[in-house]
Design a protein around this ligand. Structure first.
Ligand code: PMP
Length: 307
């Protein structure tokens, strides 16, 4: 269960958590036309709080809306400020932030017509997405029987609600089969991403991640590529196959929710030594330093706020 906060920002107003409701004929409930973000705020070492890469998340929300031809009736600055206001209103020093814009009730049928686009921002405390142990020891992963979206079937650069039916199917299958997460291949059979994370592998000291083609342009992926290059690692964006992953020295998933989660097993093949590898650990440590304001070089990624 999500831990309730006091209020949810709903189309410009702070509404009590239990009253932030919509009509059952909300278009997005039927057809999945909504766009959202997952953002984290962290308590910093100096006692302040900061949202990680807030500007980039808000920009991606608006890019997703553009792809879906949805007009969010607020400016990017207004949504940026509303996110900070909602954190402050709920006195949340650390946690998860979920903005969502969706096609509201009005006309039914596939064509959204001029149904209103509604927006909410919810915040709540949320620990490690795949569990604290996953962050330390790594997770077991299974290649999904579900292919990731064909790039002309769903818009993979949009963080669109409807896209996640594919993720939910893959995640349920992986969990039912006793795994922690699903590895998703694109329609050509190359490694794509996970249900809510991007993927990296390490072999012979080179860090490799999938090109943007069929994946969400992850902000954590982007941050880790910068961190890794700044630390002197070679990072390449290149397609790879599941069997290349089987023989990787290390592999990890990354995302705002999952942070940097080591992969210790794929399809019953142990990856590396079956625990978090040295490069993964190094990047995880540097990532946590950056998000928690412990590395001044990346202070420009933080939006600090007072409670
Ligand atoms: N891929 C998918 C499908 C996701 O849902 C997410 C989570 N937003 C990611 C990748 C990682 O993106 P980010 O690092 O921006 O959270």
């Amino acid at each position: 269960m999500v831990q309730k906060s006091e209020t949810i920002w709903f189309d410009g107003k702070q509404v009590p958590w239990d009253e932030a409701n919509v009509h059952v004929l909300t278009h997005a409930l039927h057809y999945g036309v909504g766009v959202f973000e997952g953002i984290r705020a962290y308590r910093c070492a100096d006692g302040s709080s900061a949202v990680f890469r807030l500007r980039e998340h808000v920009q991606r929300l608006f890019s997703s809306a553009k792809i879906l031809r949805m007009e969010i009736p607020f400016t990017e600055d207004a949504i940026f400020d509303a996110i900070v206001e909602t954190l402050q209103r709920n006195r949340l020093a650390e946690g998860y932030i979920r903005p969502l814009s969706f096609v509201g009730a009005g006309a039914m049928g596939v064509y959204p017509g001029d149904n209103p686009v509604q927006t909410i921002i919810a915040v709540w405390p949320w620990g490690a997405y795949l569990g604290a142990e996953a962050l330390e020891k790594g997770i077991r992963v299974k290649t999904s029987s579900f292919a990731r979206h064909h790039v002309n079937a769903m818009m993979t650069k949009a963080k669109a609600s409807g896209n996640y039916v594919n993720s939910v199917l893959a995640k349920m299958e992986a969990k039912a089969d006793g795994y922690d997460e699903a590895l998703m291949l694109d329609v050509s059979g190359f490694v794509s991403e996970a249900t809510g994370e991007n993927i990296f592998m390490v072999r012979n000291g080179v860090i490799k991640t999938t090109p943007l083609t069929s994946i969400l342009d992850g902000i954590t992926r982007n941050s880790l590529m910068t961190l890794a290059r700044d630390l002197g690692y070679e990072v390449v964006e290149q397609q790879f196959t599941r069997d290349e992953l089987y023989v990787a020295d290390e592999a990890f998933f990354c995302g705002t929710a999952a942070e940097v989660t080591p992969i210790r097993e794929v399809d019953r093949r142990v990856i590396g030594k079956g625990s978090a590898g040295p490069v993964t650990k190094h990047l995880q440590q540097e990532y946590f330093k950056a998000v928690k304001g412990d590395n001044p070089s990346y202070d420009h990624w933080l939006h600090r706020y007072a409670l």
